[in-house]
Ligand binder design. Structure first.
Ligand code: C5P
Length: 234
């Protein structure tokens, strides 16, 4: 898979997400979509199958983090949903990440892409030090967690586009960076803090950008999606 725009479908009901996706019926290729906790908990696993049947690639963003055995068994359940990409927290350790890969791997040896959250972009260095007792600079923690993920055999990490160059330097150009926090130059920032445009994310080397409200809340979501594709993929 090459560079792509993933639409974050942060809706809480089946009806809302399906009527949103109906608007993309005219696209030559159905957009890659992200299903997060809100939709998965609200609509259940069947929504994943339904969106897949409509021809979309799916990033299932459930950010697992638990003891290795539980994560392995849960990943085996997600494997059967036939998603294209899913994720976990690198914080769960290399052992947990390796167990996740075992659970996710199909009998024929193939598996969905598996990526790790390093530090959430909502966590500041100050909070990390004060609450989590991690005394290192945040970029060092992101780089170390990314290296752990690579060592465990994962395909990449979720990070800020601003961290894509560091991750690629530490883990190689082929290690994927999946980056939220994207806004159009003339758009609203909302609650995101460190944002970049799709064009800038491309320059920084992000492999996938995850875009929610700039598309879902746009007056014309299809036009906003096309603009993202144009700026990011070209
Ligand atoms: O609406 P917006 O473009 O801000 O949506 C970004 C999406 O990426 C949301 O689904 C959010 O949960 C997700 N995300 C994020 N920052 C992270 C990890 C995931 O914004 N570090």
């Amino acid at each position: 898979m090459g560079k792509d725009v993933i639409i974050a479908c942060d809706f809480s009901s089946r009806e809302a997400v399906l009527s949103f996706l109906d608007r993309f019926g005219g696209e030559a290729r159905k957009p890659f979509v992200k299903i997060g906790m809100e939709l998965f908990y609200g609509a259940g696993p069947e929504i994943v199958r339904e969106i897949k049947r409509r021809g979309h690639s799916i990033f299932l963003d459930l950010k697992l983090c638990d003891i290795p055995n539980t994560v392995k068994k849960s990943m085996a359940v997600l494997r059967d949903l036939d998603v294209d990409m899913t994720n976990l927290h690198a914080f769960g350790t290399i052992e947990m990440m390796k167990a996740a890969i075992e659970g996710l791997t199909r009998p024929d040896g193939t598996r969905p892409l598996l990526i790790a959250v390093t530090q959430l972009t909502s966590t500041s260095e100050e909070r990390m030090r004060r609450e989590l007792l991690i005394d290192r600079p945040l970029p060092d923690v992101v780089a170390r967690y990314a290296r752990n993920a690579r060592e465990a055999g994962l395909d990449g990490v979720v990070c800020s586009p601003l961290e894509s160059p560091t991750v690629h330097e530490n883990c190689g150009a082929g290690f994927l960076t999946v980056t939220p926090g994207v806004r159009f130059a003339d758009g609203a920032v909302g609650d995101q803090v460190r944002v970049t445009t799709p064009a800038r994310a491309r320059v920084l080397g992000s492999d996938y950008i995850v875009v929610g409200r700039p598309i879902t809340a746009a007056e014309d979501p299809v036009a906003a999606y096309r603009r993202c594709m144009e700026e990011f993929v070209g």
